[in-house]
Design a binder for this molecule. Sequence first.
Ligand code: NAP
Length: 234
Amino acid sequence: MSADERIAVVTGANRGIGREVACQLGRRGFSVVLGSRDPIAGERAAADLAGDGLAVRAQRLDVTDTGTVEALAWELADRYGRLDVLINNAAIHYDTWQRASAADLSIVAQAWDTNLMGPWRMCLALLPLLRRGQHRRIVNVSSESGSLASMGAGTPAYSVTKAALNALTRILAAELRTDGILVNAVCPGWVATDMGGPGGRPVADGAASVLWAVDLPDDGPTGGFFRDGQPLPW
Ligand code: NAP
């Protein structure tokens, strides 16, 4: 591995925005670890991207499973000895079908474990490696649904967990500022994926919104909430 090679991990990267983020990172010359809870889907996505000449490798990774998160940390330590960029992309339950006033709390708990605790778990496991990286970035893929400023009825599990992810982003950014690790929350916009459904913008545009927070200079913003490089209200 060359000293200036950059290493990135993307969670939930077997499809949707995560897969496209892995692709765009690969095109920038990153060595990309493509996290997928389904190993077969992960291998398939990584093989497609590697077939286009990108340095992409699949890793079984369920962000709700501490065992797989720790196994990833061991693998990274063994192979590279560091990490430069962490993209916390995996999320579930855009729960348009329910209301907070009649919510199924088991759905809320699943969303909480994936959308908030997943990124938190990833940060805890990978921070020792990030501290040894270069041009370090943590990008939490959030949503304007988590903005308190515009929050109204509906999508309660999703909106509450994304608001909590935004809070975690601010706290981590403040704590990691002196380490020089930039931590930002990014909304990809409404994107035509399995989660977003038809009608949204292309995945390439959603992923580009995420990559903006990777491309920031080392003295760039931290602890912010952005879409397409523009600040969003909390
Ligand atoms: P998606 O098409 O539903 O893909 C979600 C990805 O997350 C899949 O790869 C899925 O894996 C993975 N995942 C779910 N639970 C996981 C777990 N426990 N461990 C590891 N991976 C897991 O969603 P998307 O539209 O690409 O969304 C990506 C991100 O953008 C999410 O954070 C989402 O909240 C955010 N976002 C999306 C939109 C939109 O319009 N699409 C708008 C705002 C924000 P499986 O294939 O195994 O299910």
